[in-house]
Every structure is written in C-alpha cells, then in structure tokens.
Design a protein. Structure first.
Length: 745
C-alpha cells in the first residue's frame, strides 16, 4: 500500500494512505464508520443512525474539516501540534514527539462476559498503531453491542523502548461532533445536592469538566455528557449523542471547539500530577468510554444507557431489588441490639424485606460513638451489640427480613487500632503530617499497596464467610484524597497514585465478586459521590444523595436518570423536618417520590404514628405491584422540574407496553396556578389502559379511577389531575402528588 503526503494549509505535511478501507461497526440502530489505511492515522467518517450498505460504501472522510482534526487518535508533537492530543509521552531519550500510524486492523465477533458477569455479544474492531521512529504501540478498541445501542472504546498502550516511557496524556480516542446547533448537558453539584442539570450551547473554546477528588468522582461533577445536536435538548425528539467514562477515578473531559467544523470530545483519566512511567512490555489500559446515539431525544439516549446498564454494566441488573429500611437517619450512631430488632420488626410489619444496619456498630478499643474513630476496626462493639452479628442475624430471621451491614473499608481514622498497627498504610505526603477529613481524624488507605488491597478484601471476605446470611453490604467512602503521597510507591512513581488507587479498588471488587457473586452491594460515598459506571459492574445500586428531602430528590433523581436506571437509585422515605434541608413535606409526597426509584426507608419507625405506618404499608404494598415496571421498564421523562410550570412528571413503561406507572409531583403551591396537562409517552396508541391510583389518600376516587383509555388519548391529551388532595380540612397541606398504574386490558 502506497502512502503519500497530503499538503495542509500552512504547508504542514500529513501522511495518508492511497488505498484506504472504510470500516463500519453497527449496533441495532447506529453505525460508526472510520477510515483505515496502513501508514496513516485512523480517520473519523460517521457516527449516527444506521446506514444502508450503499451509504456506508459511498461515505468518505468529511472534507469540511481540517484533516488532522478528524484523526481519531492525535498524538502530541509530530503532526498534531495545534490539536488537543489523546496521547503525549516523553520517550526514554527525552523526545516529546510521538506519531501513531496504523500497522493493521482486525474485526472479530465478541461472545464473552460483560463486566457485570453477564454474557454478551457484539463486534470488536482493533486498530494497531505504532510510531515509525520508536517501538511504541497503541491498540484502539471499539466494541459495538449486538442487542443494545451502545459502543465502548478504549486503548491499550505499550512499548519496547529500553527504558521507561513517561505517559503525560492518555485519553481515549476523539469523538468528533459536527458543529450544527449543539447543546451540551452535564451534571454538577455538591454534597446533598448532587446531579444538577446544566445545559448550554457549545461555544468556541474548550469546555473542561474534570474531577480531582481522588477516591470518588461524581459528587461535584459527573463524567457523563449529552450532546443535543439540533438545538436545546428535547426529551422525545431530536438527535442526541450521550457518553460516559466508565471510571471511578480522577478524570478529565474536554470538548474542544476550534476554527473547524467539529467539536472534539475527549475523555480519560486525569493526567494532572499523574504522569505514568510505563515499563518496557507493561500495558497501560485506559478505562472505557461508552457512547450512544438517539434519534428520540434525550429520553431515547437515557433508555439506551439504562438498557445497556441493566444488561451489562450493573450487577444483577436483571433481578428485582428488595424494599429495605436503613438505620442511618433513624438512629445515627445510637445502635443497640434491641433497637435494631425493633427496626427489623417494624420494617417487616410495613411489608419491607431487608433491614440494613448503618454506621456505628463497630470499634472495641475505640467504640464508634461518633464519626471520629474506629474505621478499620471492623469488630462488633459488644457494649452496643452483646450478641454480635449472630444475634442480629437471629433477630432478622425471627422478624422475617434479610440483614445488611454498613462498612467503609477503604478508610481509617488516626484514632483506630488499624492506624496504630499500620500507619504506613495511609495516603500521606512524604515528610508531612497526614491531612485528615471527617471527624478531624479520617484518613484514606493506600489501595496502591497490595497489602492494603488484601486487607480491604479481607474485611468483606471475613464478614461474608463467617456470616453467609449477610445479604447486603452498604460500602461507603466518605473522604477524598486530602494530600498526595503513597508510602508504598517508589519516589519516582508517586505520580502513579491516582491510577494505582483505582486499579487496586477494581482489583478488590473483582476478587469480591469472584467469591461472592450473589451478595447485594450498595455503592455509597458521602451520598452520591460514587455514581459512576466504573464501579457499578460490582455494585447493585447507589445512594443518590444524603439529602432525602423529597422535593430536592425530584431534581437529583431527575438528573441522575439521564444516565442511570431507576433500579440502581436508592430512594428512601425519611422523617420530617428533613435532616438535610429541614423542609416538612407530606408523607404521601415522600412516599411517591421514593417509589419512583428503588424504594426504601430511612427513618425511625418507632417515632411514626400508626396512621403514618399504614400509609407506608400501603406505599410498600403498592410499590410491589409496579416494582417490576419501575425497575425494569423504560423511563419516559415527561415534564421537567426545571421548567417554570412547577410540576414534574415521569413514567415507566414495561417492555411489552402492557403495564405502566405514572408519577406526578406538584413542586410549588400558588393559588390560582394552572398546571398544563401532562401528556404521557411510550404507550401503545391502540391499546386500552385501565387507570388505578396507587398510594391514594383522597376521600373520593379520581374521576378516571378504574376507567379505561386508549394509549393514543393518554399520549395526545393526558389525564386531568387535581392540583390538591381531597382530604379532611385539618389534614390539608401544600403538597400534592399522584402515582397512577396503567394496565393494558
Ligand atoms: C455517609 C453516607 C450516609 C451514612 C453515613 C454514615 O454520609 O452517605 O448514608 O452511611 O456516611 O456515617
């Protein structure tokens, strides 16, 4: 194959090959086409709705862009001086320039095991690149799923130079997005206010989204991003590209918009203070990116992510989740045996299936009475729990519920037996005192250290081997990296800490899942600071936020639903005034919000009246009727809480479209406020649906209770919902919400 030089403006020379081949990867509804030629760089051609064979054959590399920009893998220093590079390195001899050209490529059918342990099928394209001057080799991998509209891509970097090569940038390949009228949506927040939606037009310049927490990566900035290609995002119409980095560590995402016709999206682990010394023969594999394309708006993109997640990226994504009571907001650290047994009986009496004992159960030399000690000392505090875990499991059996337990295995406190024994296990800058976090004493253990990995594994291993009846673990992580330093890594390799920590974490998770495939594990980190697809293959669900206020949860769950399915969103009914925002919402409203996710409770039932317990019993009972639809159905976001009309609505529709559940929330009460009718979505137009109100508190039924309507009517018009509840005068308040079950006849 002959290579010639393409002359670019400004006299730059850029090698391209004479005989190029176009390679198309397909998912059920999308095509991705790239152009490959030996000795050239891999070039972007197309990503979008499925192409016909003729279209695919006739497409070429778009000519309206600067050549060098449509390279999928620009490397720094030889031809890509003006572009944001995916790869930059210092070679062993100090040379900072790299050029990655194609050696060969291959496609293969994939029939393997997805990260969550489920079998999967697809097709994978591997493009092998190398530098003509140095023995540096990169594989670009693209995997297209056969049954879901999702493509994953990642790289593997290695070299045969005599001495170490230093990687200074290592992002995944570029995804070019044509500059039409592109709006970008991403998510920001803080503790107790996670996943707030932010949407804006993409402007010239570079949009940088990055997280530097170190241990967790989603509390303040999420690594998922959505691009509406034809104006501001619409839920059920319009073309949308949605993408996520499947990674738990620090990341950097760039969207570069220069003087060409494309926006260039690039994501990878953050290279900040993280240069990596790659040994000869060692491989450096980047975390995967996942991308989908929807012609059905934002909601279509969310559905694609949810389907892929439930099948391949979330542990036990096909199972149903139990309804649970978690002890945290109910008793905080005031744990004792009778208190736990009482909570078990109470949740059982309301129809729940699982009780989880949160923080505060451990520590003997330093009992965990508050948050300033004992992390790492995972021995039962027998003053609080004289009969230990055996006694708790017995009580759970007697109450008729499963039992779960809280741990925070990556952490310790300066006040702990673990730290006394292993001060060398904590993350700490050399020569300095460690910087502490929560409680003034919390420290992060150094998962770069294999001994620490073994120890973290042993915490779970011990619990589950000694007490195999433990059905659920809440795995928490309540501290960021507060100073830089590994006491395990060499002085030269201190910059490996961020990468090595997360490799260590994943390694531990893999070991746990190899030995304990069935246990349910919740991914929690100061609330929603670890909502990422890097970890979810090992976890069944995540805690959305430490803020359980129903009103603010509507916003947080809304934002989270863009990329994550309801089955993974732990959503709990809690007490009022709410412990995070001190708002008093009605119990009905709290139940209705919690029922739109994985329903649970986070409350002291002892403090509830019989009437309140009855309402929760009814909510739990009703949730069981629609649990399958909420947890496995397709989500339709109908009315955003961010709009001025002060209502929010969403629904879930079963795959067969024979069952649906509709949620409506009033966000604000103003007299003489007129709520537009919410049109439903996702139903079969010609099917007839019978409507039943769930979790009803009104004295009289809604006018349409038990009536049957066509899917067409429900989607074209919708049901007229009263803005208030019909309850006794002295029970009125300013909260209103509805949950409607639709069953096709
Ligand atoms: C974190 C979690 C909470 C709770 C506490 C316990 O804040 O997000 O749900 O488990 O820790 O200390």
């Amino acid at each position: 194959m002959k290579t010639f030089l393409h002359i670019l403006p400004f006299g730059l020379l850029f090698p391209i090959a004479a005989a190029a081949e176009k390679v198309e990867l397909r998912t059920p509804a999308t095509s991705f086409v790239i152009e490959l030629a030996k000795g050239a760089e891999p070039m972007f051609v197309y990503y979008g709705p499925s192409l016909t064979a003729t279209d695919a054959a006739n497409l070429g590399v778009p000519t309206d862009a600067n050549w060098s920009h449509l390279s999928l893998y620009p490397a720094y220093g030889a031809t890509h001086m003006q572009d944001e590079p995916c790869l930059a390195m210092r070679h062993a001899d100090g040379n900072l320039s790299t050029q990655m050209l194609i050696d060969r490529w291959e496609r293969r059918s994939v029939s393997d095991t997805a990260p969550n342990g489920e079998p999967r099928q697809g097709e994978e394209l591997t493009v092998y690149l190398s530098d003509p001057l140095y023995p540096v080799h990169v594989e670009l991998h693209y995997l297209a799923y056969a049954d879901v509209d999702m493509m994953e891509y990642w790289t593997v970097i290695r070299h045969d130079e005599r001495r170490n090569v230093t990687l200074t940038q290592y992002a995944n390949p570029v995804l070019p997005i044509h500059r039409d009228n592109v709006y970008c949506t991403h998510f920001t927040g803080s503790w107790a206010a996670e996943a707030q939606l932010s949407e804006h037009a993409l402007e010239p310049g570079t949009l940088l989204i990055q997280d530097k927490d170190g241990t967790r990566n989603s509390g303040m900035r999420r690594n998922e991003m959505l691009f509406a290609l034809d104006g501001p995002a619409r839920e059920n119409e319009g073309h949308v590209i949605a993408t996520a980095l499947l990674y738990s560590g620090n990341y950097r995402i760039l969207v570069d918009t220069d003087n060409t016709d494309y926006h260039y999206y690039m994501a990878g682990p953050s290279p900040d203070n993280a240069e990596y010394h790659l040994r000869r023969g060692e491989t450096f594999t980047t975390p995967r990116s996942a991308v989908t394309y929807s012609t059905h708006g934002t909601n279509g993109a969310s559905q694609n992510f949810h389907r892929w997640a439930r099948r391949y990226q979330l542990r036990h994504g096909n199972a149903e989740r139990m309804i649970l009571l978690n002890s945290w907001e109910g008793v905080y650290f005031n744990i004792n045996q009778e208190g736990m047994a009482q909570m078990m009986r109470d949740i059982k009496s309301m129809g729940g299936e699982l009780f989880v004992m949160d923080d505060g159960w451990f520590g003997t030399k330093y009992p965990r009475l508050t948050d300033n000690c004992a992390l790492g000392d995972w021995e039962v505090d027998t003053t609080k729990l004289p009969e230990g875990i055996d006694g708790l499991l017995r009580d759970a059996r007697e109450a008729g519920v499963k039992f779960g337990i809280w741990i925070e295995p990556e952490m310790t406190n300066t006040v702990s037996e673990l730290y006394e024994k292993h001060p060398e296990w904590v993350i700490k800058a050399p020569g300095r005192e460690p910087v502490t976090g929560r409680g003034g004493t919390q420290l992060v253990l150094d998962l770069a250290n294999p001994a620490v990995q073994d120890y973290v594994f042993s915490i779970v291993d011990r619990l589950l081997s000694q007490w195999p009846d433990i059905a659920y673990i809440k795995w928490d992580a309540n501290a960021p990296m507060m100073n830089h330093g590994s006491q395990y890594l060499s002085a030269d390799d201190q910059s490996h800490l961020n990468i090595a920590y997360h490799r260590g974490l994943i390694d531990v998770c893999q070991r746990i899942r190899a030995k304990y495939p069935d246990v349910i594990i919740q991914d929690c980190a100061s609330g929603g600071s670890r909502v990422n697809y890097g970890l979810l293959p090992f976890f069944d669900e995540f805690w959305v936020s430490d803020n359980t206020d129903a009103l603010q949860r509507i916003y947080m769950q809304w934002g989270t639903s863009y990329f994550y399915p309801a089955i993974a969103m732990a959503s709990h009914i809690s007490a009022v005034p709410n412990h995070a925002v001190f708002r008093t919402t009605s119990l009905k409203f709290r139940c209705d919000v919690a029922m739109s996710g994985r329903l649970g409770m986070e409350i002291q039932p002892k403090n509830m009246s019989d009437e309140e317990k009855d309402l929760c019993r009814q909510a739990i009972n009703d949730y069981k009727l629609v649990r399958k639809t909420v947890q496995h159905g397709d989500l339709y976001r109908l009315n955003t809480p961010y709009d001025a009309d002060r209502q929010a609505a969403l629904m879930y529709v079963s795959a067969q479209k024979d069952e649906a559940v509709f949620f409506w929330y009033k966000l604000e009460t103003m007299k003489n406020h007129h709520f537009p009718i919410v049109r439903m979505a996702g139903l079969k137009p010609d099917a007839m649906y019978t409507v039943t109100e769930l979790n009803r508190i009104d004295k009289s039924p809604l006018s349409f209770e038990g009536q049957t309507f066509s899917g067409a009517y429900l989607m074209n018009h919708g049901l007229l919902l009263p803005a208030d509840h019909d309850v006794e005068w002295n029970r009125r308040n300013d909260w209103a919400s509805r949950v409607l079950r639709l069953q096709a006849r």
